[in-house]
Write a protein that binds this ligand. Structure first.
Ligand SMILES: Nc1ncnc2c1ncn2[C@@H]1O[C@H](COP(=O)(O)OP(=O)(O)O)[C@@H](O)[C@H]1O
Ligand SMILES: [Mg+2]
Length: 277
């Protein structure tokens, strides 16, 4: 009923959008270009952004675009990561045996990355997502990984991705050595009003909509309430569609947005993570 009501062929505002269908405009496009650059220049990169701004989605797109013959992509999102678990995880993902002793693990890790490059022509790309949750001990270990990275022969791209507080964490004196080595950084900001309009339009079109569904003032209200953060836009826009549908309205107007926002706030605090479907 919901799909028919709006003439959709699939549900809009879900997180499952294939990467080739993603919206390619600033700031998403700016981040994509920088991620590509980090890979081609084997850089150490730092990416920050508010929760739900599109960081992990950009990494998913980077992975899909990478030439798998020439790159190995290792993605880790584990808040309780410690150095041992890091080396174990990397070696595991590379299908290599995991030695018991930490020092041996590190040696294997370096060896594996060098061998992959020298013998198979494969460059390793390591991404630590949710890095703002990492312990000081793990961040200190990043220094060691970067030491290896400095070695001219090291064919490694290393990217730390996390919420804005990651920058604050790294400002501590003990992490100075890490910060000094960041070769490229990017902060993914929320969309501006125009961006929010394009975002909503894009997701609606992807769902098969053939007519405008959100009134201009509704879009403005969504932009203000969500600060332009995609995951919040998804949640609020989806709630708006349900509200309009249940009332038999063809159009989402400003009143719909206010009602949907009030309801979301009550049930999830609006900043809720994840979409209703
Ligand atoms: N370029 C994009 N085009 C379309 N939708 C996007 C794009 N980037 C992010 N999104 C939407 O925003 C949601 C949240 O993004 P996500 O990458 O999970 O945020 P973060 O990792 O910063 O918390 C995604 O599920 C997706 O629906
Ligand atoms: Mg994420």
């Amino acid at each position: 009923m919901f799909l028919e009501h709006f003439g959709f062929t699939r549900r809009p505002f879900t997180r499952e959008m294939p990467t080739e269908a993603l919206l390619a405009m600033p700031p998403f496009e700016e981040l994509a270009v920088r991620l590509q650059y980090m890979v081609t220049s084997r850089a150490f990169g730092l990416v920050t952004g508010e929760v739900g701004s599109g960081k992990t989605t950009a990494l998913r797109a980077l992975y899909d675009q990478l030439d798998k013959v020439r790159h190995r992509f290792i993605y880790i999102a584990d808040s309780s990561l410690n150095p041992r678990a890091f080396y174990r995880d990397v070696l595991d993902q590379l299908d290599l045996p995991v030695p018991y002793h930490s020092r041996e693990m590190k040696r294997q890790f370096e060896q594996a990355i060098l061998t992959a490059y020298q013998q198979e022509g494969k460059q390793t790309v390591i991404v630590l997502d949710e890095a703002h949750l990492l312990s000081a001990k793990m961040l200190q270990e990043v220094r060691f990984i970067l030491n290896f990275h400095l070695d001219a022969a090291a064919p490694l791209t290393f990217i730390l991705v996390g919420q804005a507080e990651l920058r604050g964490m790294l400002r501590l004196k003990s992490f100075e050595a890490i910060v000094q080595r960041v070769q490229m950084r990017y902060h993914l900001a929320g969309l501006d009003q125009e961006g929010v309009a394009a975002y909503i339009e894009h997701h609606l079109r992807y769902a098969g909509a053939t007519r405008p569904i959100f009134a201009e003032q509704a879009v403005q209200a969504i932009a203000t309430l969500t600060r332009g953060l995609p995951r919040m836009i998804n949640n609020l826009a989806a709630a708006c569609l349900l509200d309009a549908c249940s009332r038999g309205q063809a159009l989402v107007d400003e009143a719909t947005v206010q009602r949907a926002a009030a309801e979301l706030q009550e049930t999830t605090g609006l900043a809720a993570v994840g979409s209703p479907w």
